[in-house]
Write a protein that binds this ligand. Sequence first.
Ligand code: NAP
Length: 467
Amino acid sequence: MTGNPKHGTVCIFGTGDFGRSLGLRLLQAGYEVVFGSRDPKNNSLVPKGSKVMTHAEAAQMARVIFIAVQRDHYQFLTSLTSALEGKVLVDISNNLKMGQYPQSNAEYLNSLVPGASVVKGFNTVSAWALQSGALDASRQVLLCGDDPGAKQAVVDIAHSLGLSAQDRGSLRAAGEIEDIPLQLFPMWRLPLWITAVLCLILIPYLIVYYIVYSYVEQGQDNIYRIMLSLPNKLSAILSLTLMALCYLPSSLAAILQLHNGTKYKRFPDWLDRWMLCRKQLGLIGLLFAVLHAVLVFVVPLSYSYEHGTASDIVDQIRENVTEPFENLWAWRSESYKSLGVLGFVLFLLLGITSLPSVSNTLNWREFRFVQSKLGHLALLLCTVHCFLYGWNKFLLPSRYRWYLPPPYMAGLVVPCVVLVFKLLVLTPCVHYRVSRIRQGWEKPRRRSTANATAANATVPTDKATSL
Ligand code: NAP
């Protein structure tokens, strides 16, 4: 392999975990690999076919040098400045926490070796993924640097390793790239906060409505309901509310665009952030919907449920009466269950099509059809399911315990708002106006305000057009 390298020679400083894993992949891709090490004789762990030499010797062998050394040890590079003159130094280092140093590692390296071209990159790929070949989750190499030729050399290497590369601009972007591996589920933070706030409101509500009220007013001990029945109600309300919260921002965006008369005005930050995390909101909603679907089957198996049903039958026998078959109740029961099942299946479909492996096979129109049209249909079915479940409970004064309405009504608030907004947006005059705005039409303004807006206008985002 070393005798006839397909691509040329690449140098790696450091024979640690990352250096060895990268070296192995480079050898497999047809590169000749030379390691620069403090101890060239201790080379038993490096991949077969590579060479180990001193840093100065290794630097002479290749134009591109990966610095697979922790930032704290970069000082040794100052003694190699002449050997590194004109070389491409790839800074792959990560830190232990964000903002650990005032300067990014790549900019620090640049200041130590000003004669070299520093490129930040490969730090989002792990040594384990390189070695095992399990690169699905980190197939993309983000890079940045001030020298386009140096960046191209690194992009070429990434491509020959089967990775894709994304240029993030000048070396000033290095800090941002260094922060990426330190982020913990950034897109999930807001949806998890929303879910937590909803839980904090709903759980006490359910406990007061179903447990505390019965204990205080009727002397009944219903605390056991906290195990199955209440989680079932909570998951139903949460899944419906979270699903609706996925669709609310697109209606709000349409209303804002109508109000602004243009799509070229930025949305407020909170709306931007909300729109960006709709997928995660939907997936959490789906999780609760699955929980609700499972609990619906489990609740009838519980002792309290079986006891209640048996008592009813015994009461009828004792009193020698048979409850007549109510056709209306049969309709209501069958309808709310079938709508719930249909809505759940559509919700599952939405979740499946949001997976990258599935969404990548759909074109934009197909994706929009599923996520927007079928999504709203799923919301409508689940909302009607909830209405039919509640039936006329909202009319019965006995259902208002301590003036609190039945909890299912809480689950209907956001979905109803979303459906009303959607209906408004679908009315022909509004729909026509929104469509025109999204195609670039702008409301004519008075000359002075038009000039001011043109000066402040920001480039339209994909989100603005993709609703
Ligand atoms: P490592 O296993 O600790 O290896 C670092 C290597 O640096 C050592 O094997 C050593 O090689 C060299 N070294 C140690 N002290 C030195 C000193 N005082 N002067 C000069 N060289 C010294 O670390 P690693 O996991 O390979 O990580 C290397 C770099 O890659 C780090 O900056 C890390 O943030 C980054 N990174 C690692 C991963 C990963 O998955 N491991 C992923 C992305 C980025 P010699 O004994 O041959 O000199």
